[in-house]
Design a protein around this ligand. Structure first.
Ligand code: F6P
Length: 549
């Protein structure tokens, strides 16, 4: 279905035109209860949409769009285990991984449910063993360093969660995340690791991803050379794998007990809830990992049960669509005012852009509207001293998600209140700006007048009207992290439904992989450049003239 042909879409266009000149200052002036009308609390998390450029009527019309796209129907199809990822013929059941009522997830039979619980139990006993020091390396020493080798969803989710929850991290364990093919990622780490006390977690759903396999082979060669040769025992003490294709992990040299299973209905970017999260369990313990699942489960239930008008993932999705498709925003900034969430922008980039970065609908037809803005961002307040200038005066419409926790996980006197003050101040300044009159009186108060004032005045004006959502957590613990991430997951799903795309495949990443495979022999000097485009052929020749690869 082409959503742009629905009457809901047309009504939104009209509504948009009718409020073209509306400034957020006017919105607040018109509705003194705007915050209470446009903020929502779910599971203890507050989400404030009051600084979005919309009115209550806008939300009503947007809800009509969700109905027109049959969001409730698609949501129910997902939870019922229908193969909604039709281009890969797969169900989408990552919520089953966080379902706590044993034996009752409707879409899965008892056998699969038992497998899920068995993997979770295996994660618990393995992580308990490593954390207690009873898991020993080849020399009999306990593990001190854990290296997660994976990329995309097999890296970003665990990396985000381990850092987000670092206040709960085991004090005797260090965590490292290796994803890049560039040996500058792995080599310096190997230089400082002690092979006797290092454990590698190779996370790859497919166990065919080039980056992960090259890094895993290098790590295996390094370890076995230090341990006096490769043996099953050395591998069993220093490597585990997480994959949907256990035979490939066995071929890599791992015994069955060291392999954690995942399933084809867990998409890579939705996999941190599965055994891909084993690094999280190693870092913060299985109880915390299960609290993470519980937080996500609470959001699953809310998503399934709350009426659309109070349903946070639905509202967040609609606000994003309003900004992109009706107001014309091409990007969305993710701005966590929390050092521990520094990997959230990268995680959301994959979640949203790999899911919905598409121009072809489920029906194979080109979309009539753009899907998914470019997601980017960085932690605050650092961003304020870098790119916020453009947000304030650059003239681009950049909707922002501000994310903060009231309580710090690493409290120091005098830090948290200024951090939050900056967060709230930026959201307010972006929304309301500074009028010429306000700027003028400030300059006058500072003693300026005449030509000097006139020259400076235009530089001191801030248009404002930059929309933002503020997500506020009481604290950043495992449960709240789960709640937050599942909110973004379901938001992404709802947007995909409305745009009419399959949010669970990612064919776009294949073209580069195939081409890289074709270029490799030429770069290594084992093949020629015939048949390559002129530019690529010239680049390869240039590299080879400089260094044999
Ligand atoms: O190439 C993209 C991708 O398939 C992502 O979707 C996925 O998260 C990542 O690569 C890693 O895949 P795997 O876990 O199979 O190594």
């Amino acid at each position: 279905m082409d959503i742009t042909r629905t009457s809901a879409w047309r009504m939104l266009l009209q509504h948009r035109d009718g409020m073209a000149t509306c400034h957020l200052r006017d919105c607040f002036a018109d509705d003194p209860m705007r915050f209470s009308h446009l903020s929502f609390e779910v599971g203890g998390m507050l989400v404030d949409f009051s600084r979005q450029r919309l009115k209550q009527q806008t939300l009503k019309l947007l809800l009509g769009l969700a109905q027109a796209a049959d969001v409730p129907g698609w949501r129910d199809r997902m939870f019922a285990g229908e193969r909604i990822n039709f281009s890969e013929n797969r169900a989408v059941l990552h919520p089953a991984l966080r379902y706590s009522e044993k034996g009752t997830f409707p879409a899965l039979d008892q056998r699969v449910l038992s497998e899920i619980y068995a993997v979770r139990a295996k994660m618990r006993s393995f992580s308990d063993c490593v954390r207690s020091g009873s898991w020993r390396g080849f020399s009999g020493d306990a593990i001190r360093d854990v290296v997660n080798i994976g990329i995309g969803g097999s890296d970003l989710g665990p990396k985000l969660a381990v850092h987000a929850l670092s206040a709960w991290q085991h004090p005797g364990l260090n965590f490292h995340f290796i994803s890049n093919l560039d040996s500058a990622n792995l080599a310096p780490l190997l230089d400082k690791l002690d092979p006797r006390t290092t454990l590698f977690v190779v996370a790859s759903k497919s166990f065919t991803t080039q980056e992960t396999l090259i890094n895993a082979h290098t790590a295996r060669d390094w370890l076995c050379a230090k341990a006096g040769g490769q043996s099953e025992e050395v591998m069993a003490r220093h490597f585990v794998a997480v994959t949907a294709v256990p035979e490939l992990a066995r071929n890599f040299g791992l015994p069955e007990p060291n392999i954690f299973r995942i399933w084809d209905w867990v998409g890579g970017r939705y996999s941190l809830w599965s055994a891909v999260g084993v690094s999280i369990a190693l870092a913060v313990g299985m109880d915390n990992f299960e609290a993470l699942l519980k937080g996500a489960e609470a959001m699953d239930r809310h998503f399934q049960e709350a009426p659309l008008g109070e349903n946070l993932p639905v509202l967040m999705a609609l606000v994003g669509i309003w900004n992109s498709n009706f107001l014309g925003a091409e990007t969305n900034a993710v701005l966590p005012y929390n050092e521990s969430l520094r990997y959230l922008p990268a995680f959301l980039q994959q979640l949203e852009m790999e899911s919905n970065g598409k121009t072809v609908g489920r029906d194979g037809q080109p979309l009539e509207c753009k899907a998914n803005p470019v997601v980017w961002g960085a932690i605050g307040s650092n961003g304020q001293h870098a790119f916020f200038q453009l947000l304030h005066q650059g003239g681009w419409l950049v909707p922002c998600d501000f994310i903060a926790a009231v309580e710090s996980n690493f409290p120091l006197p005098g830090h948290q209140a200024p951090l939050l003050a900056n967060c709230f101040a930026q959201a307010a300044a972006l929304a309301f700006g500074k009028t010429e009159a306000e700027a003028r009186s400030e300059l006058e108060a500072a003693g300026l007048s005449g030509e000097q004032l006139t020259a400076l005045l235009p530089h001191k004006v801030f248009t404002g009207n930059q929309p933002s959502t503020l997500l506020l957590l009481p604290k950043l613990d495992a449960r709240y992290l789960g709640l937050l991430l599942a909110l973004y997951e379901h938001k992404t799903f709802v947007q995909g439904v409305i745009w009419g795309v399959n949010s669970f495949d990612q064919w776009g990443v294949e073209i580069g992989k195939q081409l890289a495979g074709r270029l490799l022999p030429a770069l290594r000097g084992e093949g020629d450049v015939a048949g390559l485009d002129e530019s690529t052929a010239a680049l390869i020749k240039w590299c080879r003239a400089h260094k044999a690869l």
